[in-house]
Design a protein around this ligand. Sequence first.
Ligand SMILES: [Zn+2]
Length: 285
Amino acid sequence: MRSTLSALLLGATLAGLAGCTALPPAPATAATTAPAVARPVEVLWLGQSCFRITTPDGRVIVTDPWLQQNPKTPPAYKKLEALGKVDVLLVTHGHADHFADAPALARLHHVPLRAPGDLNAAVVALGILPAALAPRFNKGGTIEPAPGVKVTAVRAEHSSVLNFANPITGKDEIHFGGEPLGYIIELANGFRIYHAGDTAVFGDMRWIGERYKPDLALVPIGGNFTMDPQDAAHAVKELLKPRAVIPMHYGSNPLAKGTAAAFVQAMGTSTIRVIVAEPGVPVSF
Ligand SMILES: [Zn+2]
């Protein structure tokens, strides 16, 4: 108690001394009186399943980069350098519309490619990336690839192969691409994103919803290779139950005919916020 009182008196004395100097008192600005305004989470869709997610503390996460050949990617983002820095590089499976630009981005930023462990085993064996840029993890595993960014690998109901143009034979080869994944991305402020990858509906989406309680779900709606708008709406409304959803994986392949309008219609009167993102136009949370 005495030391506390002494400290208070000392503080008062020092404050008094400060008042006697020629220094002007610090102005009471809004910055010192108002609480700090947290920066939002910025989510930028770049077509198919590629997103650039910027966290409130400035970390940049890129998912499933297919940019140079993607018809939905805005011209401004066709050059990989246009993404700016990349702290976390996530790929859900080996199909080219998710994987194509990942090796180049990994080398450009010297950032490890986070992908299904067995896909990365093939990536290293084929000499696409060195082992240091292709670490392995798998379903159920949680990693922290950058401070304040946690990524948990979860199931996706799909397939995965790795297409490889063999530079020695000049022939195209198909290699095992591991099991496809979805990802739970948890940010330092608690915001959770579920990136479903390519997937059909599966019953454990209910478990993913209950266990991880995603604030935002990114779900494929194109059909043919994945859920169509009706199945995706069922998954979101009945199983995942996020606060908001952005449809993805449509409009880039003529076989995947699902549309955002059909997804919005299938969501009906649900209170879940449906955000139809425009490629290249950021959305803030
Ligand atoms: Zn796929």
